[in-house]
Design a protein around this ligand. Structure first.
Ligand SMILES: *Cc1c(COP(=O)(O)O)cnc(C)c1O
Length: 357
């Protein structure tokens, strides 16, 4: 890198996204995308008229999009913020609240939290998960810091009940608590109903997983009006046209088609059950997941070997060569056909290694 950049960034370690190889067709179970396409109405919304209007800037207020989200979730538009992927909300929140008070998050959680903390030179405190990978709720009470939790957590898939989340939020009245609900539609309880009761709560969601729009880059969050104004301050101070025209119309149409997406979530929950049962029967340990992935390890096969064997046979999963979880792989729940094929290939691998009883 160049000698011109600010020395503050010398030790910054960037976030590494899951691989997106183009060398061949994989069964892609590594970045928690939806196996289902956007709804027909969503696809139709991005019509040639909107494409022709690309010569004009997008609506910086994102009025229709915010209204559609507010309507679906029964909140007011002033309690909604929209962003270029929910990573952008995390970015802004770390900038606004992490710098102010320091930050708290888990050792095993979404990798971007640490990157943002380092990017902004934030004093952060890491709370180790319990040995069974559950969260120790007391670690997040009265922290005096910006407190960030993914619920369900990633990459474990384990969810905390709403009651515990509320205890955490209530115990931190003087700092912001951000609940990252990227996977909440796959069976966990949302904290969004608490935003009218607690002025320090941000509940963050995304179109990337349950709404089949990872490539559109669209996230949103719910919070008290004052927090939304903070986020808007940063958005208007960095990139007021952060959500392009095509994404705005697609996002608006997708919200109006909520049933389609929630039905797909039901299908994924069923396929997750199938996958969990099959893996368990093959001797894997599978953590109880409320997300569109499972986190699993085999007692006699290293996480890295399983990842590499799968890749050589055309299946991509996510392996983290990280302390405590190097034995595991995170496997996105694809379609029933994909998961049936994944199980078949897994059985082959175990057989070749003499690990099938
Ligand atoms: C995928 C993910 C996000 C962000 O996704 P975007 O595509 O930026 O909306 C945020 N948090 C967690 C825990 C995720 O897994």
């Amino acid at each position: 890198m160049s000698r011109f950049k600010c020395s503050e960034f010398s030790n910054l370690k960037e976030y590494v996204p899951g691989e997106q190889p183009r060398d061949k067709q994989y069964i892609k179970l590594n970045t928690n995308e939806s196996p289902y396409p956007p709804s027909p109405a969503t696809i139709q919304a991005v019509d040639s008229g909107e494409v022709a209007d690309l010569c004009l800037y997008s609506d910086p207020e994102c009025k229709k999009l915010k209204q559609a989200i507010a309507k679906t979730y029964g909140v007011k538009p002033k309690n909604v913020f929209v962003s270029n992927g929910s990573d952008e909300i995390l970015n802004f929140a770390f900038m606004l609240y992490g710098k102010a008070s320091g930050a708290v998050f888990a050792d095993i959680t979404y990798g971007f939290y640490k990157v943002f903390a380092q990017l902004y030179g934030i004093d952060y405190s890491i709370k180790p998960l319990n040995s069974d990978f559950t969260i120790n709720v007391d670690d997040y009470k009265s922290t005096g810091r910006f407190t960030v939790l993914a619920n369900p957590n990633a990459p474990t898939g384990i969810a905390l009940p709403l009651k515990k989340i509320e205890e955490i939020v209530a115990s931190n009245p003087d700092t912001v608590v951000l609940i990252d609900e990227a996977y909440v539609d796959f069976g966990a309880e949302s904290a969004r109903g608490l935003i009218s009761k607690y002025k320090n709560l941000i509940v963050c969601m995304t179109y990337s997983k349950s709404r089949s729009m990872a490539g559109a880059r669209l996230g949103f969050c719910f919070a008290d009006e004052e927090l939304i104004k903070d986020l808007e301050l940063i958005r208007y101070s960095t990139n007021p046209y952060n959500i392009n025209r095509l994404t705005q119309v697609a996002g608006t149409a997708a919200m109006a088609d909520n049933d389609y997406y929630m039905q797909n979530c039901e299908r994924i929950i069923e396929t997750r059950k199938f996958t969990t049962e099959e893996l368990t029967a093959l001797g894997f340990d599978v953590l109880e997941s409320k997300a569109n992935f499972v986190f699993t390890k085999h007692p006699e096969l290293s996480g890295k070997d399983f990842y590499l064997e799968l890749k050589s046979k055309g299946v991509l999963v996510r392996h983290f060569e990280t302390e405590r979880i190097a034995d595991f792989n995170r496997i996105t729940i694809g379609s029933m056909e994909e998961m049936t094929e994944f199980i078949k290939i897994t059985r082959e691998i175990l057989k070749e290694k003499g690990l099938l009883k």
